[in-house]
Design a protein. Sequence first.
Length: 250
Amino acid sequence: MIQIKNAAQILAMKKAGRITGEALLTAREHVKAGVSTKYLDDVIRSYIERAGAKPSFLGYGGFPGSACISINDEVIHGIPSAKRILEEGDIVKIDVGAFIDGFHGDSARTFAVGRVSPEAEQLIKVTEESFRRALEQFKAGNRIGDIGAAVEGYVTKFGYSAVRKYVGHGVGHDLHESPDVPNFGTPGRGPRICQGMVLAIEPMINIGTPNVKELNDGWTVLTADGSLSAHYENTVALTPDGILNLTEVG
Ligand code: MG
Ligand code: MG
């Protein structure tokens, strides 16, 4: 069932969203060649805990990190490790959640490590823009399929594909709530969008095919064809005054 939030609940979710967004901004300051993904995870965990919140992902389904940190052809759910060192030219996806006052925030960014290839740069840009296109569809009376169709319609113009196996979702007391918010879809199909919905809209975009595979670590998802993948996510609420982007800060 879709959990519709009232004004007080959305107000409470602003705090979780802000801490989530700030943790990502803080992590970005530390993204550079030579740094391990475990170090970035430590930075994120201490930021969230100092803010009085809890990392949403830590222990979620047994996940060992506070953030999912995924490099290059890794799509999502990369496990932070002292052995994974960022290299010049990598793209790194950092996905963070913070839980406070009974609510979660959920947000992800893709960062360039130093100078990256023009292909990587374009992928990052197009993925962010596909989020913006999706957000334009987040309005009362539209359907969830309008969001996915906006993402897919935009990225396929560049020859890219949207991952199908993993999707966005509702956010609230639980990190993952109804409805599913796919990055593909048919306009006019799916659950009707209404005020009080809070969603994690999160395009996961591959340069190659949409197919993914799982590493035998039980978590890391990577592109089946080895192509680069980018991720861009915010937790957004639909209020009577319009869209509130809870995790976009700075
Ligand atoms: Mg996320
Ligand atoms: Mg999410």
